[in-house]
Design a protein around this ligand. Sequence first.
Ligand code: PEP
Ligand code: MG
Length: 573
Amino acid sequence: MIVIKGISASPGIAIGKAYVVEDEDIVVERVNISRERIREEVARFKAAQKATLRDLDAAEQKVLKVLGKQHAKLIDAHRLILKDSLITSDVPKRIVDECVNAEFALSEALEAVNRQFEKMDDEFFRERRHDLFDVGKRLLLHLMKRQKKSLADIDHECILISRNLLPSDTLSLKETKIIGFATDLGGKTSHTAILAQSLEIPAVVGLSDVSRRIKTGDMVILDGEQGMVIIAPGPETVAKYEKVQQRSLAEEKSLEGLRGLPTVTMDGRGFRLETNLDSPDELKNVVALQSDGIGLFRTEYLFLNRTDVPSEDEQTKAYVAVVKAMDGREVVIRTADIGGDRLSQLGIEGPKNETNPFMGLRGVRLFLRHLDLFKTQLRAVLRASTKGKVRVMIPMVSSVGEVVAARRLLEQAQAELAAEGVEFKEEIELGIMVEIPSAAIQIDSFLPHVDFLSIGTNDLIQYVLAVDRINEHVTHLYDPYHPAVVRLLDHVVRTAHSKGKWVSVCGEMTSDPRAVPLLVGLGVDAMSVSPRMFLRVKQAIRELKHESMKKIVAKAVTCAESDDIRRLLEQNS
Ligand code: PEP
Ligand code: MG
């Protein structure tokens, strides 16, 4: 039995036989051509380009059907690559200047860009190489008149193992019997990982040489939770994992009955239990959960994987769809938190290669630099507010001045819409994410300026503890139970309550049933949970006593070590 550790790209467990996809090497030879043939060679390249464009159109239709509009933007990104001057001008130029065949000119051009990508510090940009090669490979296959081996042809249940999996390949997995995949390459932020999560296919990436160590037909266990692959597991290990699988299926079933039941502790303290929404693809699930609302609508998906800014109409349409689907239940729309690891390719002036993007021009900081973008989003939110209950929330606030500026802009947007005769709700609540320590420490100064608060524990923890939330080397230091974190949470809740303001929490901490007793004891008013964990968290709350948890938290805030806090919670919940 061999265990290989990689990066968890999509959760879940798959047990089955491996199917190893050989990365068919396309050998491109340099062929010198005569001057007379240049025109013909360029024409051949242009024809391949057209054929590739047709491929992308067909792929787009498929994606729209299977995954919806949001993921179809990936195809747009590929189309942009195909139309980029690198392809449209550089390749013909190489054919002409060097008198070489189109295949060679193309592979040289791709290699030149690859070298640029490789030099980039930023993982997000480095990952975009895969999109480039995806398009490049399609072009080459057309030029060579070869067919791409289609994963859709795999007609039996298996775990796919390959050196890499291109985003376009990942899209076709939904139509196959592939129950999970593992790749040598890849990172957490790749399109491939994002798509695997949406498709709910367990996946582990970054396994370095897994595709050479496994042969088709080998028995493997893919553990998307821990980010590892077990080759040739012994019967005991298989039995253990099968049990885990069965347990989680049975657990999910048993939770079904909780839908629609109130979220209230055994001693009668009610909590608003809301869901986070990261992409419109999740909306149907979210609606079915019958949550109290959407406590965090992450709107970044509208701004990523594209080079143009989403228009006011496009945004309004997206927000209206969510607000309408929630049918009178509240939706907290967060203005886009672009920056950090969510780097945009929008053609706006701003940071391209920040050395420390999480400390950089992110969230409200970026939007206050680009007031036009900020105002457009606020106008769209206001327009959508007529269709239901909407609140607006500002991310990454670190000083009161930012809230004042955001409110001023909101009022400006309202005045403009009124002057244009466009409908909107005048009474819209404005809140902030409390996710930067300065805002948490100084929360009393913010309270007169905001209608509500939502604590973003994901960022708050990383900034309080100086632990990069996406850096695997310091994951062990990322600690929600650190006394400094617990004390700060307690401070925010107490101060807000003393001024009659309600507090929500929307970071991943709400989605961890082990952390729920702490949040209950802290007395937060609402929790916004990832849809997958919603019912589990509801169950955890219903099994607790608020008064007992309050006493535990009173002790926890005096602890010096997180282990003591953990122990207190474990012993008493
Ligand atoms: C957070 O920081 O806790 C949060 C919810 O925001 P995001 O994860 O989108 O940064
Ligand atoms: Mg955040």
